[in-house]
Design a binder for this molecule. Structure first.
Ligand SMILES: C[S@@+](CC[C@H](N)C(=O)[O-])C[C@H]1O[C@@H](n2cnc3c(N)ncnc32)[C@H](O)[C@@H]1O
Length: 221
């Protein structure tokens, strides 16, 4: 694999169609300042999410895994003024940085940041009969991806698009003997995705500034 070439082409694409403004640049900087990991989506992936949201005319978005709210900001910018993003982060320190970044982006009125475990928040949303979401982005811990997906389906309507990040893991998904719990988690999820009759789905390999990986894209029938 030519990682250097992938990075150069990723930069070329983001210069063309996904330039970061100051808010997005400062959001990335805030991660270093707060000693947080640099594991946000890339600008081209942020733009990809925006295009997906616009394609399905998303007004109500659910995100699992906020980190510093980089992807959250990209998504909130693609919904109408009366739209809403609920994003879930279980680390209170990360959530406090995300909250600041959301405020700096002027999006506090549209982004509802829930601090807690994704599983608990999903169950709460179902219990409170939360209105269905138009778009779900799953980007939290990998082991329970299959469960997150099943619960997200309970919060979906026909046409809801669900995207799950990091489902190829540098090709490690091919290793049947893996002991890596994250890889096992996405292997289990990918199987479930393939056999689930409620969705039409595919998996796209992703290369670029981040390591080789993939995104699952599902639409509820
Ligand atoms: C890959 S990062 C999210 C990146 C973010 N979506 C972006 O692109 O800017 C994954 C995040 O999920 C959070 N997380 C991990 N396990 C979680 C859980 N069980 N519930 C909620 N959040 C969790 C981590 O703390 C981390 O901030």
């Amino acid at each position: 694999m030519d990682q250097q070439l992938f990075e150069k082409v990723d930069q070329y694409i983001s210069d063309l169609v996904a330039p970061e403004d100051q808010v997005l640049q400062e959001t990335i900087q805030s991660l270093d300042e707060a000693a947080m990991p640099q594991i946000s989506v890339t600008p081209t992936q942020g733009k990809f999410l925006q295009v997906m949201l616009l394609m399905c005319k998303a007004k109500r978005v659910l995100e699992l895994g906020t980190l510093g709210a980089y992807s959250t900001i990209w998504m909130a910018r693609a919904i109408p003024a009366d739209g809403k993003v609920i994003t879930v982060e279980f680390d209170p320190h990360y959530a406090s940085i995300a909250k600041q970044n959301i405020a700096k982006a002027g999006l506090s009125h549209q982004i509802d940041l829930r601090v807690g475990k994704a599983m608990d928040v999903l169950q709460e949303l179902i219990a409170h009969k939360e209105e269905a979401f138009d778009f779900v982005f799953i980007d939290a811990d990998k082991q329970p991806y299959a469960e997150y997906f099943e619960l997200a389906l309970q919060l979906s309507h026909p046409g809801t698009v669900i995207i799950c990040d990091n489902v190829i893991r540098e090709g490690k998904v091919l290793d049947k003997n893996t002991t890596d719990e994250r890889v096992k988690g996405v292997q289990r999820f990918n199987q479930l995705l393939a056999s689930n009759t409620r969705v039409e789905a595919t998996i796209m390999q992703t290369v670029g500034a981040k390591e080789y990986d993939g995104m699952a894209i599902a639409v509820m029938k």
